[in-house]
Design a protein around this ligand. Structure first.
Ligand code: MF3
Ligand code: CO
Length: 256
């Protein structure tokens, strides 16, 4: 079921989303060669807790049998690790890396979800281009995030933009509705046909999240049961915000 949030619920979503953005900023400040993803995890969790939220990813169940709940407060995914990287003391950032931080703040029963890909020191032109295109793909998509449009309009715009720029989207993972649950209906693929899918209505809150790779979009899962990697070890980037569909322009709840 696609939930339409009430005024009260939208206020609660705003709060959770604001804290998710604060946690991103705190992590961004700390990113430098030599810091571990374990340290970044702690910074994100402390920021959330200091603001009355908790990290919703910690303890999130896997849909796969035998895989333990997600152990981190954030997903921290370096270079060819596309998503769901588990923070670790061994995950030490090096000059030239790119790192995606995907986090969800949970407060008063509501979730705010966002992801950014950051550079570590000086990175290659290709890596910077990948980061830029991934972020812009989100903004191309939300140009269509308007009352009366269809979900496929967003998906199509994202996929087209990424391909036009010579990169590829990951098809096995997608954006999603969000609210009391981290993952609600509808699923929001990063590719597809315009004019298809549900109609967008004011009060829908959606997490739109292009995941983009430089090379072949084939993926594999790490032995930890969570981390997802590019088969050809090429770089990947991820950018996400929680947005609100309104009567007019969409509101991006996880940015100021
Ligand atoms: N935050 C991710 C998303 O964008 C989901 C992370 S899975 C978890 O949908 F297990 F880490 F929570
Ligand atoms: Co998400």
């Amino acid at each position: 079921m696609v939930t339409i949030k009430s005024k009260f619920e939208i206020e609660k979503m705003r709060e959770a989303c604001k804290i998710a953005n604060l946690a991103q900023k705190a992590v961004e400040k700390a990113i430098k060669p030599g810091i571990s993803t374990y340290d970044l995890d702690k910074i994100a969790e402390e920021t959330m807790r200091a603001n009355g939220a908790i990290p919703a990813e910690k303890g999130y169940p896997s849909y796969q049998k035998g895989v333990p709940d997600f152990p981190g407060a954030i997903c921290a995914s370096i270079n060819d690790n596309i998503l769901h990287g588990i923070p670790s003391k061994f995950g030490i950032l090096q000059e030239g890396d790119i790192i995606s931080i995907d986090l969800v703040a949970y407060k008063d029963g509501f979730n705010g979800d966002c992801c950014r890909t950051y550079k570590v020191g000086k990175i290659t032109e290709e890596a910077q281009n990948l980061i830029n295109v991934t972020k812009q793909a989100f903004f191309e998509g939300i140009k269509f995030a308007k009352k009366g449009n269809r979900l496929g309009d967003i998906s199509h715009a994202i996929g087209e933009y990424v391909e036009k720029n010579g990169f590829a989207v990951i098809k096995e993972f997608e954006g999603h509705g969000i609210g009391r649950e981290m993952h609600e209906e509808p699923g929001i693929p990063n590719y597809g046909k315009a004019g298809r899918g549900i109609r967008l209505e004011p009060g829908m809150t959606l997490a739109i999240e292009p995941m983009v790779v430089v090379g072949n979009p084939e993926i594999y899962q790490g032995e930890d049961g969570w981390s997802i990697w590019t088969e050809d070890e090429s770089l990947s980037a991820h950018y996400e915000n929680t947005i609100l569909i309104t009567e007019k322009e969409p509101e991006i709840l996880t940015l100021e």
